[in-house]
Ligand binder design. Structure first.
Ligand SMILES: Cc1cc2nc3c(=O)[nH]c(=O)nc-3n(C[C@H](O)[C@H](O)[C@H](O)COP(=O)(O)O)c2cc1C
Length: 214
């Protein structure tokens, strides 16, 4: 049982990373082998539209572009579970995650019925954002549901989503031009809600790497 965990935040120890570390703990607690990747450490771009992945007689499934992402895509396709965490930037996953999605989703799909990928990878998506839960549910979730659909289509597994809302973005708001935020309210929310978010991500790691399937 192999679970790959990808931090698609440029920050290696903030909200997204903390939740992912719990997911990793959860996966390891049920015996999964894990690999943790800080996506921003890799050198890659989005899809270059070389179309090598759709060449008749080519290597399928996989991305032929020679950079740091292609071997990670191979490892994702060989894994049992994939857990990705991303901050929301302007209503979307980060640019690096979007680039990964372009490459991963495109390289398993011919422009005709069927898939080059005959395996199954279960996916957990963890979003972190400034937006409060209600805004996430009404305005962001409908768009982000489309990302769930893409992963289901590409990797054929179960896809689960967890959103950690109204996150603390900096240690000391007084040092930044961030008057839109009420620091006391942010801190109170963090103290009250973030422990639950951590516990939910731990559970996601456990369940997606479920002992019953190992
Ligand atoms: C470039 C940028 C754009 C952002 N855009 C949004 C946004 O559209 N909606 C939102 O709720 N939060 C937005 N945020 C806030 C982050 O999503 C939030 O602070 C997140 O928890 C950061 O994750 P991290 O602590 O793991 O880096 C943005 C942050 C940055 C740096």
């Amino acid at each position: 049982m192999k679970t790959i965990i990808i931090n698609a935040s440029p920050r290696k120890s903030w909200n997204t990373a903390q939740l992912l570390r719990e997911a990793r703990k959860g996966a390891e607690s049920v015996g999964a082998e894990t690999e943790y990747v800080d996506l921003y450490d890799l050198n890659f771009t989005g899809c270059r539209s070389c179309l090598a992945c759709k060449r008749k007689g080519g290597k399928h499934p996989g991305c032929a572009w020679k950079d740091d992402l292609s071997p990670l895509i191979d490892r994702i396709l060989a894994a049992d579970a994939l857990i990705i965490g991303t901050p929301i930037y302007y209503g979307e996953p980060t640019a690096q995650l979007r680039a990964l999605m372009e490459r991963l989703v495109f390289c398993v799909a011919p422009y005709e019925p069927g898939s080059y990928f005959d395996g199954k990878v279960d996916v957990g998506l963890i979003y972190t954002m400034n937006a409060p839960q209600a805004y996430y549910e009404t305005s962001l979730r409908p768009y982000l549901d489309n990302i769930e659909r893409l992963f289901t289509m590409a990797l054929h597994g179960e896809v689960r989503t967890y959103a950690s809302c109204d996150t603390l973005q900096v240690k000391d708001y007084s040092q930044y031009d961030m008057a839109y935020f009420d620091e006391a309210a942010k801190r109170a929310h963090r103290d009250e809600q973030f422990p639950t978010d951590l516990a939910e991500c731990l559970k996601m790691g456990e369940e997606l790497s479920g002992w019953s399937r190992s």
